[in-house]
Every structure is written in structure tokens, then in C-alpha cells.
Write a protein that binds this ligand. Sequence first.
Ligand SMILES: Nc1ncnc2c1ncn2[C@@H]1O[C@H](COP(=O)(O)OP(=O)(O)OP(=O)(O)O)[C@@H](O)[C@H]1O
Ligand SMILES: [Mg+2]
Length: 258
Amino acid sequence: MTKEHRRFTEFADACRRDRYIGLCYGPPGVGKTLSARRYASWYELSPLLRRGHKHLTQGRDRLDWHTVVYTPTVSATPRIIDKELCDLSSNLTVIRTPDPFDDRSLADPHASSAFVELLIIDEADRLKTPGLEQLRDHYDRSHLGMILIGMPGIEKRLARYPQLYSRIGFVHEYRALSADELTFVLQRHWSTLGLTLSADDFTDAEALAAVARITGGNFRLVHRLFAQITRVMEINGLNTISREVVETARESLVIGTL
Ligand SMILES: Nc1ncnc2c1ncn2[C@@H]1O[C@H](COP(=O)(O)OP(=O)(O)OP(=O)(O)O)[C@@H](O)[C@H]1O
Ligand SMILES: [Mg+2]
């Protein structure tokens, strides 16, 4: 539970409450997708929605199941997007509806039900003009809150679509971990290797600074760097993470410019 995740939660709550379109952008690997899925309890919810069982009511008491996360495929056409969004929303309505035989809410596939409040579109960079147009149409018909997640620069790209852009109520930048938070995360990584990280210890402080410099607080890079660090330590039979170990691990990683 990072500070960025907490900020994302506040942002998503605001979009959900006010039924706005929100735009969230950030560099690759900082945790946008993970935050969105966590917010929606997506790991529990998505297997139920995909199965598409009708008349399941196990979501009756789950007040936190109000959000659908949708990742369009690279080749998604407006027709596919429309169908998949309607299916996800109506399946969520079905499992949340207290009376399994009440089908009224399903009459109009675009109509918003009381149970679906927010739609999160991950990888929104993939959408071309017709796809974005489809989303705007879906938003107007359903009047759900909506969040588009993408890479930095998406806010400038969307400014070229004035109709969609004029509906955007909030913009949120998802940032990498701060130095203090990175230390906190690294303490956990150190402990998974059976070590303790102490900022007072010179070797640890040096290794910490090297990790911070190499990863810039990016979660994905931290994970990948640690996989290599573990390998370097095993091969060499080491039991301390030093700056040299971190730098050796870094040499076997391909790190693009972020
Ligand atoms: N709060 C967190 N705690 C632990 N691991 C995390 C956290 N946030 C992100 N990660 C890890 O970082 C990696 C990247 O996260 P994620 O896929 O959410 O990034 P992203 O911002 O969606 O990137 P992209 O723009 O490439 O889609 C994942 O492997 C995930 O496990
Ligand atoms: Mg992602």
C-alpha cells in the first residue's frame, strides 16, 4: 500500500462519486495497472465476470464491487469495445443484484445500473479515434464515472479530441516511489533474502543509493533488479548486498530510457 496507491484511490473515488472522466498517466512500471486492479478488487471479481454466469448473487453484499477494469486489445474495434464493456457491466449487475430473477436492469445494455459506478480503461493509449469516440458514446449513455489510464503524453493526445477532452474532469499523475518510500520497499526485499537493511550501515546505505539511482523508484525495475541481485548473490555465495553487487546485477539488465 504505497502513497501513490492512496492518491489513486482518492482520485478514483472522486471520479466515481461525481461521474466524471478522469485521466491518469505515468511512466511504465510505476504501478498504475496494479493500483487500478486493487481498487476494483479485480482479482476476485474478474473470474466471476468472465464466466458470465447468470443468476449468481454472490456479490450481493460486496459493496466494494462497483468498478470494472477493461483493457482493450491492440486490435480492438469500436464494436468489440462496446460489446465487451456492456457484457462486463451487465455481468457485474447480475452478480450484485439481490434478486436473481430481476432482469429489468439488463433491458438496455448501455444503461447504467445502480451497481456499476466506475469504468477503468487501462492501456488507453491503444485506442484510436473510433475507439475513443466509442468510449465517449458509452460514457454519455451510461453516465458512469470513467478513468483512462495511459502513458505520459496521453493528456496532450486527447486534447486533440475536443468533445472527449471537454468531459475530462480530473487529471492525475501517477509517480514513481519517493526516496523514503523506496527505502521502505527495499527493507522488504532485503528481508525476503533473510537480511536486514540498516540505513546506518555504510555498505547498506551505499547499496540503497545505488538501487535508487538505477531504478529511480520504478517498481518494475526494482523487481527486475532484485531478481538479478538474488542471482549474483547465489552464484558468488555472498550474504551481503553491497554497491558492487547492485552494479553487477544492473549490468545484466536492459534498462530503457524512461
Ligand atoms: N504497490 C506495489 N507493491 C508491490 N509491487 C508493485 C506495486 N505496484 C507495482 N508493483 C509491481 O510493479 C510492476 C509494474 O506494475 P504495473 O504493471 O502496475 O505498472 P504500470 O504502471 O501499469 O506499467 P505499464 O505502463 O507498463 O502498464 C508489477 O510487477 C507489480 O507487481
Ligand atoms: Mg499497466
